[in-house]
Structure formats: structure tokens, C-alpha cells
Design a protein around this ligand. Structure first.
Ligand SMILES: [Zn+2]
Length: 114
């Protein structure tokens, strides 16, 4: 299995300066499951060996919990209780490989720009 171009499950939305933005699709095709992926290569001299990877995902209170439980969860969060958020998505093996290749390629492209 090799990374594809254009790639299944991941598309580049924009690229500028030291950063590139991608959309990673869930293989079930529900757009609410997709995540935004932001990759930024640091240009600061003292942290030149790091990249910043940010995932933007929609999170919701668990829909299978009853309304009263969700209300109770929301109230707890408002009062400052810790809230653990997670986001799951399905990636075909090919899409996961494409995602990792996109990160590698983006680092190379952004570094070669400077
Ligand atoms: Zn999904």
C-alpha cells in the first residue's frame, strides 16, 4: 500500500506561509465527523525542530445519554468541572496512510520554502 495523490480521505484546503490546512474525512461520509488539520512549521530559531499539529473536531455531549443527564453534564461543565472530550472517526487504511504521508510531505514543502 502506498500513499495516493490525490489522496483518499484527506484534502488540502489551503496553504500559506509556514502553515497548511487539510480536511480529513470520516469514511462513513458524515461531514460532522470530519476534522480540520492544521500543520505549522515553526520558524523561530530556538524551536526549529518542531511542528505544530492542530486538529479541529466537533464535540458534543453524548447523544445516547438522556436529556437530564446531558443537562447535568452541561451544568457541571459550566461550574468548572473537568470535561473530557474525544472524537472518533473511521479511516480506511489507505486514508490513514495518506494522512501520514500528507504530514511528511507538508513538513518537506514548508521547510523548503524558507
Ligand atoms: Zn463517521
Amino acid at each position: 500500500m502506498k500513499p495516493e495523490k490525490p489522496a483518499l480521505g484527506i484534502s488540502k484546503s489551503s496553504s500559506w506561509g509556514d502553515a497548511a490546512a487539510f480536511t480529513v474525512e470520516c469514511s462513513c461520509t458524515d461531514p460532522d465527523h470530519a476534522v480540520g488539520l492544521w500543520i505549522e512549521v515553526s520558524t523561530e530559531e530556538d524551536i526549529h525542530d518542531e511542528i505544530e499539529v492542530t486538529f479541529y473536531a466537533r464535540t458534543t455531549l453524548k447523544f445516547w445519554r438522556g436529556f437530564r443527564e446531558r443537562l447535568s453534564d452541561a451544568w457541571a461543565i459550566l461550574r468548572g468541572a473537568e470535561s473530557v472530550r474525544s472524537h472518533s472517526m473511521l479511516l480506511k487504511k489507505q486514508a490513514a496512510l495518506n494522512l501520514s504521508a500528507a504530514i511528511v510531505t507538508t513538513i518537506e514543502e514548508l521547510e523548503n520554502r524558507g
